[in-house]
Design a protein. Structure first.
Lengths: 127, 404, 404, 127
């Protein structure tokens, strides 16, 4: 994986191909936790659904009114934490997601990319 | 004499920047504008030659600083045709609108009505909502006409039913449409109602005079008109200023203080507590000079040309344009969406070509939602933008078919 | 390494000015300080290379500006040992103190007590007086000890009788004396009371860490520490910030807004409505860098030397000195009166020799009156002042016998 | 008359000589109008007393905690308007006072000098 952002329309196109209909998009009807957040750059809305068994994350899905980067990030994050424990998931860092996009916190898309992680951390807070 | 943007551009060093290998195209002027050398040099001159406290100390440096400050204040007041004592310096439009809402809260009682519109920036919705909630009043939110301006019939109906305050924006920061502010103020006053105007997007872009428009209060921001951030203006009619409570208390806004009580300073100083943003006022006065030199009529005309050119180049088969769709109905900004592409991705795509636009809900979520969107992309012009830049934008946007 | 004011002076172009035929001596630093080249150039660099909206737009320019802004924010928070999310940008100390007072007004009920002191600047008296008046609470004003610091016995007694908020200044802008803030915060917290600190005169002049002093909130101004006007800092402990209502509402402080309601942004952004003073934050961060480079310990030590020299040179037969009278009891400022001459006339007299001081009630009328005066003359130092300048002051003041 | 300000200690001394105990300083016990004002430069307190007969100003006195310039200006202003009508007094301009001190509105003492006139105008407002 790895998309360099800030550079070529081509990169956006590749990203689009892979995430036009992103994996893990959708609703978990009997979710244990549902959380929605909006980003303060005034745009991305993201809702995440978590199904747990004890401290283990059995399933993660999301719905959104969000951009490519936010959707891609949510989709990848869901893959990353499925099957892990809540504690392990809380150890995922912003950098881990940013690295998947070959970028850092200075990217114009920084907030889009880290939004899913913020939702996850808030969802698991105090668990 | 029509404005020559190429001459103007020489005064804006940032426009020479190269971003992502392309020369910068700055189309985000409704968010904030660039600053000319003249403004930056005025600030520098102040710091290196006159910096002092103002209105307080008995010494030559302070007198010189005070003199510059008061001259700047007069210039800024004059720019909108206001009296010197009717202008209060704020941080930005947002603070100005919060101040009026708080100051006028005494007029709101249980059942009182404040009328506003679906078009408002959050900064002109939330403060009023808070006031009416606190006082047990009611907020009426009127919709738009088919031409995407405020629905005058609804306004009139609301006013007839009785209302304390009518408040709306002049130019929509999402749609670029211009509300009929003179009719609004006449209508409001006919019904004994105050008219408060959010002029954040109009004062920087067109001739504006409080004597003609006749709002009871109006707010705008320096940073949207070539001036510094951190400085805004709130105009309030003298008779209202005389009767409302100061917002912030402290040094500089009192004549005398004892352990038991205090006597407030005269207007407008009563409303400016603490050390003011002196450099901000001086920078904004330099911006006003600059705008005057170019001419506000010329700026408005120039922006019209740019909008027309933009509209001609947009490919309507992939682009949805918000608002009336006819060039002469827009001030210098326009929002759109590319079908099937999130506006953040559109912005990112244009950014790769060195073109800076704004995307999102533009701090006007209710309006954007009413347009059937959760976010939009916006192009907003100013005096240094050129037809060539619009061509570059239109070319770049054509390539977005790749994504669709 | 002790501070060399002559090297420092090279960074302050204004100090080369000639006023009334004499080279400028600027002894009005408690009012506002001069700005070094490094601060002005940081602002200029921002305007000419990065100027944009921050925290909102998806484009390279905005990301770069946001990155600069957030770095500056972290630096300023770090300067006082605060967490990044515990710092709110204000216009000045005055706004900060008004904000805390309003934010904490929920804790004031009928009969609640707020304790403050006779030493306060108007900016830390009037906002609390308004709150207690509105809520039916009571304001207790404690006096001073013989050493012209806050009367700790009175404070303790008031706290024992029950009090919600204790608020005082750190260094008096009239007396130059330093209140025992660690003891005050410990005492307040022991009695379950909040401690609010006006640090306008301390943060610029001495090492200051919120973790050590432990106030629940504290405010200071950028313009008193080499930074721009129009930017101030309000520190508030995270747990308090989480529970209080935002002061101003509008763009940038909400996550989402519907026609019916809104969800506020996380702290600290919830408390910063509208476009922030970006250049102010960037200028202040440059000022913080400058102060760090020199070292706050060194600055405090340098100012001590100047005060000592000043006191040695003052002719006590014609000059009445306020405060404890011993050099080591003063931070870098001192107030006095020449017997039989109004302090405005003293200031004018010194001005003729190019020396700028402040005279008047110094926005602390109750304190000045308690000193038995209606106005005083004040000398206040900073890192660029020299012993030679103090000599010039003392020489000039000797000539005032002419007037007595 | 005429003191150039902003220049020499000598000027201050001359001013002092003349206004150490300024004419018209004092209280009018049965005054028709008494008004006190403080200047926002945080210092000068000035109280003025007016004795009228109809629209004619019969006597003016002042007390103050004020500087030399404010006292001098009050003293001179009192001389200037005594015997005049209220309307004539209202026609006195800031410049008239400033000229007596050979200075203008840019002087550091501007506010001290014009304070007496502001008090007078406020006192006669609406008469
Ligand atoms: C102790 C103290 N508090 C508050 C203030 C007010 O500061 P500002 O005018 O920057 O709001 C000052 C400065 O005048 C001060 O010295
Ligand atoms: C119509 C309108 N009102 C208010 C604002 C708020 O301006 P500021 O952020 O300067 O307070 C803006 C700018 O974003 C605006 O476009």
């Amino acid at each position: 994986m790895g998309w360099r952002i800030k550079v070529e329309p081509r990169d956006l196109r590749d990203l689009l191909k892979r995430f036009k209909n992103p994996a893990n998009y959708g609703v978990i009807e009997n979710a244990d936790i549902v959380l929605e957040e909006t980003d303060y750059s005034c745009g991305d809305k993201l809702r995440m659904f978590f199904k747990l068994e004890g401290k283990r994350i059995m399933d993660v899905k999301f719905t959104s009114e969000a951009c490519l980067f936010c959707n891609a990030s949510a989709s990848l994050l869901a893959d990353l934490v499925k099957g892990k424990t809540v504690e392990e998931a809380l150890n995922v860092k912003e950098e881990d997601l940013l690295r998947l996009f070959n970028t850092d916190s200075k990217s114009p898309r920084y907030r889009c990319i880290v939004l899913p992680l913020r939702v996850l951390k808030k969802a698991f807070q105090g668990l | 004499m029509p404005l020559d943007p190429y001459t103007v551009r020489e005064d804006f060093p940032i426009l020479k920047r190269v971003i992502n290998g392309k020369s910068l195209v700055y189309f985000n002027n409704a968010a904030t504008t660039q600053k000319p050398i003249q403004v930056v040099e005025a600030i520098k001159d102040y710091y290196y030659n006159y910096n002092s406290d103002v209105l307080r100390s008995v010494n030559t440096l302070s007198s010189q600083a005070t003199d510059l400050y008061m001259k700047a204040r007069r210039k800024i007041a004059g720019f909108i045709g206001a009296g010197e004592d009717e202008v209060i310096f704020t941080r930005n439009t947002t603070e100005g609108l919060n101040m009026v809402a708080e100051a006028l809260s005494g007029r709101i009682r249980i059942g009182s009505v404040v009328v506003t519109s679906i078009m408002e920036h959050h900064s002109n919705l939330l403060p009023w909502r808070r006031i009416v909630a606190r006082k047990g009043g009611r907020l009426t939110i009127v919709g738009m006409n088919r031409d995407f301006t405020i629905d005058m019939d609804m306004v009139e109906k609301s006013l007839e039913e009785g209302c304390e305050i009518l408040t709306t924006l002049h130019i929509s920061n999402v749609l670029g449409t211009v509300n009929p502010v003179r009719e609004l103020s006449k209508l409001a006053h006919k019904h004994g109602c105050l008219f408060i105007l959010d002029a954040a997007q109009s004062v920087p872009h067109m001739p504006f005079n409080v004597k003609e428009v006749d709002p009871d209060a109006t707010a705008f921001s320096g940073h949207k008109m070539l001036g510094p951030t951190g400085i805004g203006v709130l105009y309030v009619k003298r008779n209202i200023l005389e009767e409302v409570e100061p917002f912030l208390l402290g040094g500089g806004m009192v004549k005398t203080v004892t352990l038991e009580t205090q006597v407030y300073e005269d207007i407008p100083f009563r409303f400016e507590a603490g050390t003011p943003n002196i450099e901000g006022v001086i920078g904004l006065a330099a911006a006003v000079d600059y705008l005057h030199k170019i001419g506000l009529e010329n700026i408005a005309e120039h922006e019209s040309k740019l909008v027309k050119h933009l509209l001609e180049g947009l490919d309507r088969s992939i682009v949805e344009i918000y608002g009336p769709g006819e060039a002469d109905k827009y001030a210098g900004l326009l929002s759109f969406n590319v079908k099937g592409v999130h506006p953040h991705d559109v912005a990112q795509f244009l950014d790769a070509d060195g073109i800076m636009i704004r995307s999102g809900a533009l701090c006007a979520e209710p309006l954007v939602n009413a347009l059937g969107a959760s976010a939009v992309a916006r192009v907003s012009f100013y005096l240094y933008n050129t037809l060539e830049e619009v061509d570059r934008f239109n070319e770049s946007l054509k390539k977005i078919r790749l994504l669709v």
